[in-house]
Design a binder for this molecule. Structure first.
Ligand SMILES: [Mg+2]
Length: 260
């Protein structure tokens, strides 16, 4: 892999997370298994709290909507005294496992997951992973006056937990801002124009780093500069893709323009 010379028009880096700053496996092998392994303990520990009751109530409402689905797991009501606490907790656990086995993204499930991850990060049971070349590179870019932003399909809240409670400590001060899909989807060009507008620059002032070709293509169509990051475990690129895009395996390959 060669060096990537940052074009002189670039004043801002826009970084994807999964497969770019962070191993793809972090979400698949750390965050999701954490929910499956700890949901029962979490519910028992936080049951009396208003937030937990609200999460359970949302899951119950979702369960009513899901009643027609294959393998559906009902959640009995606790408040009307028809089921005991153990039974209700076990039903919530089974429902969460069932939804996750189908890779569902219901708001009710995402809400409980978000609260569980927050508690896991704050108590240091989980730490956000970043590749070792990431932090030194970003520090160097910032010293050179570059702005650095995150753009991920994970929510801004989830992004801030990952970087705020990372294996290298609180990294949030390395970033000038965060974007998620509320600005638009990552495979749509319009999203990159929106981001440029939002950070008060033109797309050609942005260098977007991602592992996904479709995202690179969308950013490029918007007029941004792009480089595709290859990391262990990322989807393999075709020869055509490799020839079409700047490819880097590490942020250390990125060379800023010299000021002279
Ligand atoms: Mg990615």
């Amino acid at each position: 892999m060669g060096r990537l010379a940052v074009p002189p028009t670039v004043t801002a880096f826009l970084l994807d997370i999964e497969g770019t700053t962070t191993p793809i496996t972090f979400v698949k092998d750390v965050l999701f298994p954490y929910i499956k392994d700890n949901v029962k303990e979490y519910l028992h520990k936080h049951w009396e709290e208003e937030q937990c009751q609200e999460d359970v109530s949302q899951l119950q409402k979702q369960a009513e909507i899901d009643a027609h689905l294959d393998g559906f797991v009902p959640i009995p009501s606790f408040s009307d005294g028809t089921a005991d606490l153990q039974t209700v907790v076990q039903a919530v656990v089974d429902n969460v496992h069932w939804q996750m086995s189908l890779d569902r993204k219901t708001t009710a499930l995402k809400q409980l997951q978000g609260h569980m991850w927050k508690s896991a990060y704050v108590s240091a049971q989980v730490k956000g992973e970043v590749y070792e070349d990431v932090v030194p590179a970003i520090r160097k870019w910032r010293e050179a006056g570059m702005k650095v932003y995150i753009y991920s399909s994970g929510s801004i809240e989830a992004q801030k937990l990952l970087f705020g409670y990372s294996i290298e400590g609180d990294l949030l001060k390395l970033f000038d801002g965060h974007f998620d899909t509320t600005i638009g989807h990552k495979v749509e060009s319009e999203s990159y124009r929106n981001i440029a507008k939002c950070i008060k620059c033109s797309p050609e002032n942005i260098l977007f780093l991602t592992d996904i070709i479709k995202e690179a293509k969308a950013a490029e169509e918007a007029g941004a500069h792009v480089a595709v990051v290859t990391r262990p475990g990322n989807a393999a690129l075709t020869d055509e893709e490799k020839s079409k895009y700047h490819i880097i395996a590490s942020f250390s390959e990125i060379a800023l323009p010299t000021t002279q």
